[in-house]
Design a protein around this ligand. Sequence first.
Ligand SMILES: Cc1ncc(COP(=O)(O)O)c(C=O)c1O
Length: 325
Amino acid sequence: MLTDKLARVSIAHLPTPLESLPRLTAQLGGPELWIKRDDQTGLATGGNKARKLEFLVADALAQGADTLITAGAAQSNHARQTAAAAAKFGLACRLVLRGEEPPQMQGNLLLDRMVGAEVVWVGARPLTEAMSQVAEELQAAGRRPYVVPYGGSNPIGASGYVAAMEELLAQCAERGLHFDHIVHPSSSGGTQAGLVVGARALEYTGRILGISVDQQAGVLQRRLADLAMATSEHLGLGLTFAPEDFAVEDGYLGGGYGVLGDLERAAIRTLARSEGVLLDPVYTGRAFGGLLDMIRHSAFRPGERVLFWHTGGTAGLFGYGDEVL
Ligand SMILES: Cc1ncc(COP(=O)(O)O)c(C=O)c1O
């Protein structure tokens, strides 16, 4: 395996299911739609960060850490999964969250508290700076903090998605399947960078399309190239990447990060009512909405097979109340 030499702990339920979406495919009149269920990774309601955390927590333990620190939005799925992973390995957890404490604990925030994380609200302060300050305070108090970067997206975390690509291609080989396109939400970049590194190393010939949730394509493509280069180096693969190697669609940014619009609402409703599969309002709802719009505009050829990589966010669905209906 490409990631065999890296330290890794077991967190996620793997391999995640690979399922067809026959009712939705028939409803739309093609292409043939499939889904990779990383919402079922099993860590306190699942999601893509469980794969990254298998490598990040192993690194933290190797460094003798006693506390994980990470950052995100109030409804961060990454923060919730990091907090749950800390609990599983007997580590303390401090979450640096943007904004002010809301009056009600819902969705991810409720689960953060349930698994025992301490939350530090930092208003509009830059998250990286606030995380460093929390780390310094803990160090001064004699603790051993480990900072998990925003979104778990460094070469260690992205290696989780190199392994995920290998897992998918093994499932495809076993079942005689080939996907012409893989579509998924993209934000801090670890998922897409990891998938693309894995794809190049394993000679996957389909297209991997990241639907940007919060950034212009050019900005995200540059970040993806840097992260993929560093991930390849971390794994000793000797591959090189340029921004053009990453397919990114930024036409679905809507009202901005976390702003639920008609695109997301309709996508959540469509998949729930055709296949009984739940999406989240921030990431997968937006990306699946983009995919449905592209299908309506004939972006795929008849007979092509398209995989939607479901990256999770189930808990986020319960952070928006009946706004999602
Ligand atoms: C549910 C969900 N999907 C997708 C993403 C984006 O993944 P990445 O940050 O690796 O680009 C996130 C990140 O927080 C997420 O929580």
